[in-house]
Design a protein around this ligand. Structure first.
Ligand code: IPE
Ligand code: IPE
Ligand code: MG
Length: 248
């Protein structure tokens, strides 16, 4: 089935996930299969990022969240980290004008204090340049850890309670979510993980409570909008019960 046929099926299918999150995995394996260094896989993965964004816009997805670099990824060899940061800077410089034109509002979420100055500047720049885009919100998760995000929210709530700004009894889901990086964003409806690994790898631990999971063996550099549409079609065949019983 072609991309346009899949898109037509999605429109017939009805409900499009408002928020799609993606664990972009398999760059290293893609490179190894071709006898290339790992960074060549990361570079090739940039095209897939473009595909995912354009596909999300075409399908009518409102929020796309991409896991680009985890806190644990800081433990990779120095040269690989440098290559990834270099690609992030390149991406920010090269894509910001087009993203703005497409109406994509970029948010970069994670422990950004860990970034070197040049990368931090590039990140701030793409966020500033794309502010106000109203077709798609793109969350790039960089130096991100789900557990750290939860702890950060706990610390902030503890401070509010300690200073008397909030009563302990008022620490509810709404208050908690307001302190997450994703404050104000609906939880992901669909999580896609490429490269066949069946694990969450410390991604959006709070937000994934009732997210539908879609695991594909496709390696991230081979991912394109057709794959995204396939995942959305699969999502449309699911029955989400949220702990309740079937509607029928
Ligand atoms: C995903 O690809 C990109 C990042 C985690 C930054 P990997 O680099 O994890 O590729 P594999 O899993 O080794 O194939
Ligand atoms: C998850 O991929 C992180 C990103 C995609 C950025 P990893 O390759 O780091 O995860 P593990 O090590 O396979 O769990
Ligand atoms: Mg990996």
């Amino acid at each position: 089935m072609s991309a346009s046929e899949r898109l037509r099926q999605i429109r017939i299918g009805g409900l499009v996930p408002r928020h799609v999150a993606v664990i972009m995995d398999g760059n290293g394996r893609w490179a190894r299969q071709r006898g290339l260094p790992r960074h060549a896989g990361h570079k090739a993965g940039m095209r897939s990022v473009r595909e995912a964004i354009e596909g999300a816009i075409e399908a009518g997805v409102e929020v796309l969240t991409l896991f680009a670099f985890s806190t644990e990824n800081w433990q990779r060899p120095r040269p690989e980290i440098s290559a990834l940061m270099g690609l992030l800077r390149l991406y920010a410089h090269r894509e910001k004008a087009e993203l703005r034109e497409q109406g994509v509002e970029v948010h970069v979420l994670g422990d950004l204090d860990q970034l070197d100055r040049g990368t931090r500047r590039a990140v701030d720049d793409i966020v500033r340049s794309t502010a106000g885009g109203d077709r798609l919100r793109l969350n790039l998760m960089i130096s991100y850890s789900g557990r750290e995000e939860i702890l950060r929210a706990c610390r902030r709530l503890a401070e509010e309670v300690a200073t008397g700004a909030r009563a302990a009894a008022d620490v509810d889901e709404e208050a908690f979510e307001a302190h997450l990086f994703t404050a104000g964003v609906p939880d992901p409806d669909l999580l896609i993980r490429t490269s066949g690994e069946v694990r969450v790898s410390n991604f959006l631990l709070w937000q994934l409570a009732y997210t539908e999971m879609y695991i594909t063996p496709v390696l991230w550099p081979d991912f394109d909008r057709e794959e995204l549409f396939e995942a959305i079609l699969d999502f449309q065949r699911r029955e989400r019960r949220f702990g309740r019983v079937s509607a029928v």
